[in-house]
Design a protein around this ligand. Structure first.
Ligand code: IMP
Length: 425
């Protein structure tokens, strides 16, 4: 088995980073395939915490080549700052490779992200305001600038002049804002960014294939999650890329026949940041309790996350969309103190019981969860490492989820530490 994809199955923040870090030991290469610094996870290693946004989790292991694939959008200033922070903590970032085809997030993308959100008012998407959407929009409109363009100063300057002229028109005419100076931007990036980034820019498609051909273990690390996918998520309340497993093929340049294993990361409950439908969202004390115990505040933006019970119909859809081979269930310990634990097994939509995600989004908005209530285990799970040791109620909860979803749970997270997992296989 050489190629594994790790994908979020809900609305993000499922704990992909921690799982990726765990299986990274067996990997030679870890590849990010979409998104940008809208992602963020914190890894706790020997009591020290590492906040990662763009750099793949594998960077913390000396034997891994961390790769940022062509499908990622890169703010090079943020990337360099992140590398500096890691270096200051003793992490070697010299092996990091970034695709020359990755598109660059510029300050005008971030400015537009903020302005568009403000313009949308109560209809705002709740983006991370990192310029992700405007950068992918430029990519699709074929006016984006790739990292490789920055290596040719003449081309870079020309492309920047064209695109900045267009952005300045938008900023002035639509938003009544001052524009950017293309030459000043070009000078700054050519002086401060390019010399430092140049050694890291590479043909990452070739690197990934060389690793696969050599029989090495390659991990494709998804950011965001299935229901934030621009095609399969709750559009328009989604991100602008394809976090689903298929996105790894496009965003890293591998064909589907190379993929051996797809691990879906699911939290034992559900959270969401930003706007959009969320059938099992809780507005009561249980929701507050999940947020408090689970420390459900954005790693990146500090925003409180919306919290709710586990949603089986969503999970069944995630299994289909990603062809999941297994599930890693994270943060089970957050449910330790609940008397009972609820699981949404179907929706009531207009009086009809629906077991799968409704095709029409208006139905999803109207979906009322139908719950099964299971007894809680009322015990601290943090010290357990084997499935058989778990309290009977926790085992029952896991068996119930497996039966409902139809995919085995192979790993369960029981605490924030690097080794706090129960292994099932
Ligand atoms: P954008 O990706 O910044 O454009 O934001 C679009 C939507 O995706 C918003 O609802 C964000 O809150 C959400 N989002 C983006 N990145 C993450 C993430 O890493 N975790 C959770 N939600 C995210």
């Amino acid at each position: 088995m050489t190629a594994t994809i790790v994908v979020g199955t809900q609305w993000g923040d499922e704990g992909k980073g921690k799982f990726t870090d765990l299986i990274a030991k067996e990997m030679t290469m870890v590849v990010r395939y979409q998104g940008g610094h809208n992602a963020g996870h914190t890894l706790v290693v020997d009591g020290e915490s590492f906040a990662l946004q763009l750099v793949p989790s594998g960077v913390l292991y000396d034997h891994i080549v961390p790769v940022i694939g062509n499908g990622v959008v890169v703010d090079p200033v943020v990337l360099l700052a992140e590398m500096d922070k890691l270096t200051a903590k003793g992490v070697d970032c010299s092996r990091l490779r970034v695709s020359g085809n990755a598109h660059v997030i510029f300050p005008y993308h971030q400015e537009l992200d903020r302005l568009i959100e403000r313009h949308l008012g109560k209809n705002k998407l709740g983006t991370t305001k990192r310029g992700i959407g405007p950068t992918y929009a430029d990519k699709a409109a074929r006016v984006g600038i790739r990292l490789q363009d920055m290596l040719d100063p003449k081309i870079f300057r020309e492309k920047l002049r064209v695109v900045v002229a267009e952005k300045n028109l938008m900023l002035a005419k639509i938003y009544n804002r001052l524009g950017f100076d293309a030459d000043e931007l070009a000078d700054r990036y050519l002086e401060e960014v390019v010399p430092r980034l140049r050694p890291h820019i590479a043909d990452t498609v070739a690197l990934v294939h060389e690793a696969i051909e050599a029989g090495q273990q390659v991990l494709f690390e998804g950011a965001q999650a299935t229901f934030l996918d621009i095609d399969h998520g709750t559009y328009p309340f989604v991100t602008s890329s394809n976090p689903v497993a298929g996105g790894a093929c496009v965003g890293a340049g591998v064909g589907p026949r190379h993929i051996d294993r797809v691990v879906g990361i699911a939290k034992a409950y559900v959270t969401r940041v930003g706007s959009g439908p969320f059938p099992t969202e809780l507005f009561d004390a249980d929701g507050d309790k999940l947020r408090d115990i689970g420390r459900e505040y954005g790693t990146n933006t500090g925003r409180p996350r919306r919290c709710g019970w586990f949603d089986v119909p969503m999970m069944r859809q995630a299994v289909r969309l990603n062809s999941l081979s297994e599930i890693a269930l994270t943060k089970l310990d957050i449910l330790d103190t609940f008397d009972t634990v609820k699981v949404c097994v179907a929706y009531d939509i207009g009086g009809e019981r629906v077991e799968h995600l409704p095709y029409h989004q208006s139905d999803f908005h109207a979906a009322v969860p139908i719950y099964e209530e299971l007894p809680g285990w009322k015990q601290d799970l943090s010290a357990f490492t084997q499935r058989a040791q778990l309290p009977a109620e926790a085992q029952r909860y896991l068996e119930f989820l497996e039966a409902q979803v139809g995919v085995p749970i192979t790993l369960v997270g029981t605490g924030p530490g690097r080794d706090q997992f129960v292994h099932f296989s």
